[in-house]
Design a protein around this ligand. Sequence first.
Ligand SMILES: N[C@@H](CCC[C@H](N)C(=O)O)C(=O)O
Length: 276
Amino acid sequence: MLLRFTKMHGLGNDFMVIDLVTQHAQLSAKLIRQWSDRHTGIGFDQLLVVEPPGNPDMDFRYRIFNADGGEVEQCGNGARCFARFVQDKRLTAKSEIHVETAGGPIILNVNADGQITVDMGAPRFSPAQIPFQADTEALTYTLEVGEQQLQISTVSMGNPHSVTLVDDLDSYPVATLGPLIEKHPRFDQGVNAGFMQLIDRHHARLRVYERGAGETLACGTGACAAAVAGIRLGHLVSPVSMQLPGGSLHIEWAGPGQPVMMTGPATRVYEGQIRV
Ligand SMILES: N[C@@H](CCC[C@H](N)C(=O)O)C(=O)O
């Protein structure tokens, strides 16, 4: 059987998107790892799956799988691509789309200029919600990574994030520290490791070593988590322009209990079919 898919990206964070509303496929971690291979497969950071909603108040269910085949709770750049995909495929005529994810409900808005704004829901901070092993909730924690003691903030955007402030992002050893933080034993379910360099009160630069995918050109939930961490620490003020290797995201957050609003592009690359 041939399965139709669309290759998309959000600021270079790239996706294979499949519609399982009108098609059927049996997914497995092994198959997803094969498809994600950049030499022998389609190549992507995440697989995004569009399904009918379980809750009738929602428009769709949005499922996310990392390149390593593991299913995860949330993906911000993917959410914008999801909105473009369901409109392009005429799976909905709505410009405000309500979507259920394993990380909680999110709301997608396609703007007149083609950019997409996602209401990512409220960030969560308690260690149990990340999940992160710590006795009490704090703004920063000391994390022992190899010989180093890093000061990290932790934020759940549905999925787990750590944010480390760095002086020089370009020379920072993301490739060596990223995997050590990603699989640090204090993060029971792993973590997306973000490294942020502050520019001014409304601008920062960010690199993210993503759980299950490695360093990507952009991470939407990472950008939200880093902006929130910077605002909580008093370094940043909303709105924040978060500059990632693949481009910038506009992030707004009014404070605790309020949703994080993320705005950015979503790009279709090509349509394909693969035999399953
Ligand atoms: N690229 C994504 C995040 C994808 C999931 C993440 N790697 C995880 O394991 O939680 C984004 O744009 O948010």
